[in-house]
Design a protein around this ligand. Sequence first.
Ligand code: HEC
Ligand code: HEC
Length: 414
Amino acid sequence: MNPAPDVPSTAYVPKDLPLGVSPVLYAISVPADRVPTAAQIALGDKLFNDKRLSADDSTSCATCHDPKAGFVDHKNTSEGIRKQKGQRNAPTVLNAMFNATQFWDGRAATLEAQAKLPILNPVEMGQKSPEDVVAKVRKIPEYVDAFKSVFGRDVNYDDLAVAIASFERTQFAGDAPFDHFIMGEENAIDAAAKRGWALFNGKGRCNTCHAGNAVSPLFSDQKFHNIGIAAHKQDFPQLAREAVSIVNSGDQKQIDELAIQSKFSELGRFLVTKQVNDVGAFKTPTLRNVALTAPYMHDGSLPTLFDVMDHYNKGGVPNPYLDGGMQRLGLTEPEIDDLVAFMASLTSAKFAAFGKSELARMNGLKNTRPNRDTAVAMGKKGDLGDIAPTPDIKAKNPASDGVFGEFVLTDGGR
Ligand code: HEC
Ligand code: HEC
């Protein structure tokens, strides 16, 4: 990687950013008036961990984003008040300040806008309205005083979100063995992880969507792709047709409820843009600290990093909206191990012990791999027409390959 270009002199950037957190990215991601103060951070930390923000004192942000466990809950999909299950897997809050958009479908533009939604979501923290939240917090004397001293005014919903976002803007993911390696410490990662990094940028083609470089060190392009996760279980065209009529009038709160509580969740980015090409597309997640955040994908359907590799190796799951970047890879089992070793080298030093135990756990599950399909991955079976042997077009009409004509949307989307 090349050294990061200079940061504009007007931007404020903390001096003690961990290795792997780009000052350039900090400057463009943290608005000048949102550089957190110590008092805002302390208040935000307290709010993030306070179950009293929920309707029945049972659930805080930390319930689903446990600071000790990589800021996730390790459930397939999250569980909020009264044990209600949502439809989506909790992403980490580490480095969330650098996300171009928040949520798997990007439906919130900022950390502040994001923080306001789970508190009001009926299956997450269950408050009825911002006014209810504010009324409840105003009855807690320590907060009345804290808001006065931090913001100079009474408790209100906007300031509450600012405080939480300020805390989140201190939760970096950096200082991983990989960062030391890429800055020149040759032995910071082992040979397997080095081979994995080469595969990541080569045969594995991971860098098409998860590129990492000095300016954008997140291992995410911040775009939305259908990689065939939702295709496991849904009839997309039918769902899309139904959804269009519902979401056309939708405000942000309604979209939030569709995403968290309804079967339409699987439509992903489409709920936000209503563009047919976004059906089943989800945001490319960061890979920093990915060893800590199992299970994987927007629905938590892949239990380990080995299952993730099996999914990619066979080219995803065919569906009419599958991203063109998805092709079977023909990776061998040792190559899969190397890619997993590379991903594990992205664990921040402060989580090293937890990362190690998670990796050991996943290694223990290596022989239960329902997503593995070696014949497809190696091009010996299936109709994807990519790395398979040159197709015999006399034997088989290539128009029948893939899923082109099968599911064209006839109405509904645009
Ligand atoms: C019941 C569990 C639950 C609670 C409580 C909860 N979250 Fe989340 N959080 C999730 C899930 C699930 C998602 C992904 C939802 C989606 O993308 O549709 C998410 C997404 C996020 C994201 C976006 C990250 C990204 O990479 O896009 C941030 C930031 C976040 N939550 C912070 C918070 C904060 C702050 C609170 C408290 C005000 C909170 N969460 C409360 C489960 C929860
Ligand atoms: C076409 C773009 C694309 C390519 C190529 C790609 N990814 Fe992804 N990756 C995504 C998207 C989008 C998701 C989330 C999908 C979802 O949940 O529906 C994802 C999810 C993941 C996750 C789960 C992370 C989490 O927090 O749940 C891992 C791990 C991962 N990718 C690793 C890889 C590796 C390794 C490769 C190369 C073998 C790769 N990806 C290639 C776009 C891509």
